[in-house]
Design a protein around this ligand. Structure first.
Ligand SMILES: C[S@@+](CC[C@H](N)C(=O)[O-])C[C@H]1O[C@@H](n2cnc3c(N)ncnc32)[C@H](O)[C@@H]1O
Length: 199
């Protein structure tokens, strides 16, 4: 019985928060209006710049690519990039900028990462735990994962301390750091993770 009550409450909460719109539509609107106000800066992530040398040339995946600052960097380095984001505004901004970038406007919560396809997957300032097993399968052996996100134990959409080390425990870890969040006072800490899928 408590089990049923829990699910009823959860269902009711989701229905209530979504109103007539789905959560995907709400998320998309939120990010579209952010990007309409400000498309953001074009400098790639420092972590990506520093560790790109580890990846062999081929396919790259930029999860929640935003304005495409990191996709453009990957394309300039010679990768064929799949750039996925839920925001039409961000994706329209990026489309056509570089023929090596394939833009995909999709809700990542329902998107499937192709298996054994990528030499590098980057996940910068985004977090969806559902993707972790798919990231592992999506990388080719020897492929690189570059992950940068936030830790905040009060927020369920943030990582927990050491969570990435556990989620990707079969990877060879090249770099891991948790430190006071530099970009935002909204979160406790930033986390930086670079790892190689074992051959
Ligand atoms: C903080 S921005 C980071 C953008 C980019 N990775 C960067 O580092 O510049 C987070 C991004 O996640 C995207 N996003 C949020 N929820 C998403 C979802 N369910 N599916 C796909 N993209 C999503 C937003 O549109 C936004 O571009």
């Amino acid at each position: 019985m408590p089990f049923l009550i829990f699910f009823y409450r959860l269902y009711f909460k989701i229905e209530q928060s979504a109103g007539d719109e789905t959560l995907t539509e709400q998320d998309q609107k939120k990010w579209d209006s952010k990007y309409l106000r400000n498309i953001g800066n074009s400098d790639p992530s420092n972590l990506l710049e520093k560790y790109i040398f580890l990846a062999s040339h081929g396919n790259a995946l930029d999860l929640a690519c935003g304005n495409g600052r990191n996709s453009r960097f990957l394309a300039q380095k010679g990768f064929q990039v799949d750039a996925v984001d839920i925001s039409n505004i961000a994706i329209t901004h990026l489309a056509g900028q570089d023929p090596r970038i394939n833009v995909i406007c999709q809700d990542i919560d329902t998107w499937q990462i192709p298996q054994d396809h990528y030499q590098i997957i980057i996940n910068i300032r985004f977090m969806d735990r559902r993707l972790f097993p798919m990231i592992e399968k999506g990388l080719k052996p020897g492929g690189i994962l570059i992950f940068e996100s936030f830790i905040d134990e009060r927020k369920e959409y943030c990582l927990e301390p050491n969570e990435l080390l556990n989620a990707f425990k079969y990877f060879h870890v090249v770099y891991y750091e948790e430190r006071k969040a530099a970009h935002s006072d909204k979160f406790d800490q930033s986390v930086y993770f670079v790892a190689i899928k074992k051959v």
